[in-house]
Design a protein around this ligand. Structure first.
Ligand code: APR
Length: 320
């Protein structure tokens, strides 16, 4: 059986990390694309030269031409401008919207059968624009946000409880980052929900609240430390988990920015919800019942996402 082909559109910090992970996991051959000349070529050659040492077989190719995407099984999109300190994800909107229009056209022409994972921020609005620009079926276009937000939450919780990260699960809904809605009653240590762990004296509600706030600001914390870019290791690992679920038909249940058309009472909007990812793309949107404060927080988050999506519609009316 031929190897899968994974196209990485954007070969910056996340793109490079993605290529290395695809190699290490032997997920398939890689095409790195970027508008910057030399960067995808240089990074792919460097990673290819690590393959004899790490022991993986994968073709690594760098390109500045969309044609090289032909036949890709998965496209992971990081093309765009990352956040600088003091810049909100929303500031990026205008610049990255244009990039999504170009990238969407390229995917539409050369890789219309691919499963597409968008990472470019502001995520929920960019994945919406990418789906419209590429015209691919909505179940084949998703945004990476929830896996990262829940990984951050899981890491902080594991650290708090001094237990393995593997035994901590987290459930998050809503837009990426600031408006993320963590559902503590569905977040567990080995199946024990967080509210029960508070009752058991493992932690306090105040500590959980602090951890939720730190998770929400997880991206900004790293931007402030790095000063010249945003997080890349964890975002890349998150997208790889999603690509793997698609390519290996694992049917993992993961939080993603998925297209909602009535689910959760939301229409024509990409927002973070749990979905099943398998060989058909998004095979199911997991729709849980939301009440009280959770419903309120989710609605607020959807509103924030829709404000950005509406801004995209105004700037690029042709997308509709
Ligand atoms: N087409 C292709 N590539 C582009 C385009 C374009 N129109 N515009 C910019 N790029 C490339 C840049 O040349 C750069 O190599 O996208 C790459 C982005 O890489 P980085 O600046 O290193 O950003 P990175 O840290 O990888 O983050 C990418 O993901 O998390 C989000 O907010 C983050 O939107 C940002 C994206």
């Amino acid at each position: 059986m031929a190897r899968n082909k994974i196209a990485l559109i954007g070969s910056g910090q996340i793109g490079g990390t993605l290529a290395h992970l695809v190699g290490l996991k032997e997920l398939g051959d890689v095409v790195m694309f970027d508008i910057a000349e030399g960067i995808p070529q240089g990074k792919s050659l460097d990673i290819a030269q690590s393959s004899p040492i790490s022991g993986f077989d994968a073709e690594m190719k760098g390109t500045n031409s969309y044609e090289a995407l032909a036949g890709a099984d998965v496209c992971i999109v990081t093309a765009g401008v990352p956040r600088k300190p003091g810049m909100s994800r929303d500031d990026l909107l205008g610049i990255n919207l244009k990039v999504m229009e170009q990238v969407g056209a390229g995917i539409s022409k050369y890789a219309p059968d691919a499963f597409v994972i968008c990472i470019t921020n502001p995520l929920d609005a960019m994945v919406w624009a990418l789906q419209k620009a590429s015209k691919l079926p909505a179940k084949k276009v998703v945004g990476m946000a929830g896996v990262l937000d829940s990984a951050r939450f899981r890491y902080f919780l594991a650290d708090e409880f001094n237990v393995s990260v593997e035994d901590v699960t987290a459930f998050v809904l809503g837009g990426h980052g600031d408006s993320m809605v963590p559902l503590t009653r569905y977040s567990t240590v080995a199946g024990i929900p967080l509210p029960d762990l508070v009752k058991m004296g493992w932690t306090s509600q105040a500590r959980i609240d602090e951890i939720v706030t730190r998770t929400r600001n997880g991206g900004a914390e790293i931007v402030n430390l790095l000063k010249t870019g945003s997080a890349f290791y964890a975002p890349a690992a998150s997208a790889i988990a999603m690509a793997e679920s698609y390519l290996r038909d694992k049917k993992r249940v993961v939080p993603c920015a998925a297209y909602l058309n009535g689910e959760y009472g939301v229409k024509d909007t990409y927002v973070g919800v749990p979905v099943v990812i398998g060989a058909k793309g998004v095979e199911r949107v997991v729709e849980i019942e939301l009440t009280g404060k959770d419903r309120e927080a989710f609605d607020k988050s959807v509103e924030a996402v829709q404000t950005l999506t509406d801004a995209c519609k105004k700037i690029a009316p042709d997308l509709l």
